[in-house]
Design a protein around this ligand. Structure first.
Ligand code: ADP
Length: 552
């Protein structure tokens, strides 16, 4: 095993074991010295070599090495290698010049081999045992007296050291493999958990998990967004955080949602009231969590709630439904009139009767068809604006657009005895907007002004004020009452004024204008006085890098 791998491998042992080897590294040499001194004093039967100055020098080096190793714990593989090498060298010297093989210190070689195994792997441990065996053989060969009994003792000591080292190393190996497996599965679990957390946090829908009694255990970032808070919600009751009510204002508890819950349920008729009185509509999906031990029973370990803010979705849906119902209602009358007139005409023609009597009815039917055409026109403009069709901005020449409108409606105004005026300021320049939307808005104002003016004039005025261009359509018409001014941009709204009712109209024109103005990033301004006339105006930003002089 390579050194770096072994250092990592060392880390896998419990610190208790490492401390034990470090303490052993001190105790063993001290024990060896005591052993040597005892031999030197004659308590143990061994040659006078034990008490020789060389043997004493080896003891001192041994003890110094051990103490320094204990005090300065080696941390790099190099330092460790040096220490273990020195230990081997000193141990060999100690065995040769000190106690010899047939003494208790010999057994301490087991500690040396195991330590080598821990830090430098099996190959190094094998080398340690080879060194030990070589030392034994050397000492056996230099024994002054050869006897079978001595040979047997040598063999016994060698076997004890080698077999114990192999057995303990084997046990440690099993422990390390188990430890590595455990760590690998912990890393895997940690990775899966962080992947799951990232996934849940990146979901835009609020997800929250509670225990059986509704205490929050896990939640994602979307829940904090939904509740507009950045406080930790863990450990709080979901009921206390989300103030649920049904459409009639009756409080709804989460426990009523999860009561006897065996499978997923979903409700979209619930509301959450914020402290500042704001209310949002929620879609809540609840599902029981079934753990390993609850499977097979109806008991759950908790619940998962998936919560979505559907306020906008629902109001759009309701608006769309209402719109469809009003449109179908508005279409019914003209279609009935046109259909009735055409069927009468058919009847008279089939019976070869005079059809001139149907002339007024035909006129009315024609008007109703025109009304339908206008409505279809307005609806398709509205649908285009809502789908953002043709809203790509282009550079529009203001003067050209206004002149074109003037030419288109000049004759129509004259037919009604009205003057259509064009009041264009100097240096109008360009604007960058959707040309279709701009034209649609101006055309609506001009046609309304002509429609709701009995005498006088209609003026399309465009003037530049600094970086802005102001568009305005003035008329000297019937005017709009203050109360009507608040409602004319609503869909299908037409004034109750009898003069308005004399004209045909869908009540959709200004609603469409309002939507288009949003697209043009502007706001419509209305100034009107009943019987004096009206002015509809809005402001657009002039095209950048366009100096008035250039556009002139
Ligand atoms: P329509 O003209 O088809 O009725 P609009 O949405 O264009 O629908 O206008 C809504 C209402 O606003 C009109 O019915 C009318 O009462 C009022 N209105 C709009 N423009 C003028 C105007 N220039 N003068 C007076 N009333 C107007």
């Amino acid at each position: 095993m390579p050194a770096h791998g072994s250092i990592a491998y060392q880390d896998k042992y419990s610190s208790l074991f490492l401390d034990a080897t470090a303490i052993g590294g001190v105790i063993v040499p001290i024990a060896a010295v005591i052993c040597g001194v005892a031999a030197g004093l004659g308590f143990v039967d061994r040659s006078p070599l034990y008490s020789s100055p060389l043997a004493i020098a080896v003891y001192v080096i041994f003890v110094l090495l051990a103490v320094s190793e204990y005090l300065v714990k080696p941390s790099t593989p190099l330092r460790l290698g040096i220490f273990i090498g020195l230990y081997h060298a000193v141990s060999i010297a100690y065995l040769i010049f000190g106690t010899g093989i047939l003494g208790p210190f010999t057994l301490c070689w087991v500690v040396l081999t195991i330590t080598t195994n821990i830090f430098f792997g099996r190959a190094s441990a094998a080398l340690s045992l080879v060194l030990f065996t070589a030392t034994c053989l050397f000492l056996f060969l230099v024994e002054p007296v050869f006897s079978t009994e001595t040979a047997f003792q040598y063999l016994m000591y060698m076997s004890i050291v080698v077999i114990s080292s192999l057995l303990i190393s084997g046990l440690l190996r099993v422990q390390v493999v188990e430890h590595q497996d455990l760590e690998r599965s912990q890393t895997q679990e940690h990775l899966q958990r962080s992947q799951l957390t990232t996934l849940i946090n990146s979901i835009g829908v609020a997800i929250v998990s509670t225990n059986k009694s509704g205490t929050i255990r896990i939640y994602n970032a979307a829940l904090l967004n939904l509740l507009d808070t950045n406080q930790s919600l863990t450990g709080k009751k979901l009921e206390k955080i989300i103030n649920l009510h049904d459409s009639s204002g009756e409080p709804v508890t989460f426990s009523s949602l999860t009561h006897a819950l065996t499978h997923q349920v979903e409700r979209d008729d619930l509301y959450h009231h914020f402290d500042d009185d704001e209310t949002i509509r929620l879609n809540i999906g609840a599902a029981p969590i079934r753990g390993k031990f609850s499977s097979g029973s109806n008991q759950s370990d908790g619940f998962i709630f998936i919560i979505r803010d559907i306020t906008q979705e629902k109001s759009l849906e309701e608006e769309r439904n209402e719109f469809i119902s009003v449109v179908s209602h508005e279409l019914r009358t003209p279609i009935t009139i046109a259909e009735g007139t055409l069927s009468n005409l058919q009847f008279l023609l089939d019976n070869k009767k005079d059809v001139t009597m149907l002339s007024p009815a035909l006129k009315e039917a024609h008007e109703q068809i025109l009304y339908l055409a206008n409505m279809v026109n307005d609806l398709s403009t509205l649908s285009r604006a809502e789908r953002s069709v043709a809203d790509a901005p282009e550079t529009v020449d203001i003067k050209a657009v206004c002149e074109e409108l003037y030419h288109r409606y000049h004759a129509k105004a004259e037919e009604k005895g009205l003057a259509l005026n064009l009041d264009l300021g100097h240096n109008l320049g360009l604007v960058v907007v959707s040309p279709l939307y701009l034209e649609e808005v101006l055309q609506n104002f001009v046609t309304n002004a002509i429609k709701y003016t009995r005498k006088g004039a209609v003026t399309l005025a465009v003037h530049r004020h600094g970086l802005n261009v102001e568009f305005a359509v003035h008329d000297t018409g019937i005017g709009i009452s203050k109360s009507d001014q608040k409602r004319i941009f609503e869909k299908f709204y037409r004034s109750e004024d009898y003069r308005t009712r004399e004209t045909t109209g869908t009540g959709l024109g200004l609603y469409v204008v309002h939507k288009l103005a949003d697209k043009l990033n502007t706001k419509i301004d209305v100034e009107s006085r009943l019987n004096h006339g009206s002015t509809f105006s809005f402001v657009l930003a002039a095209a950048p890098n366009e100096t008035p002089a250039e556009s002139a």
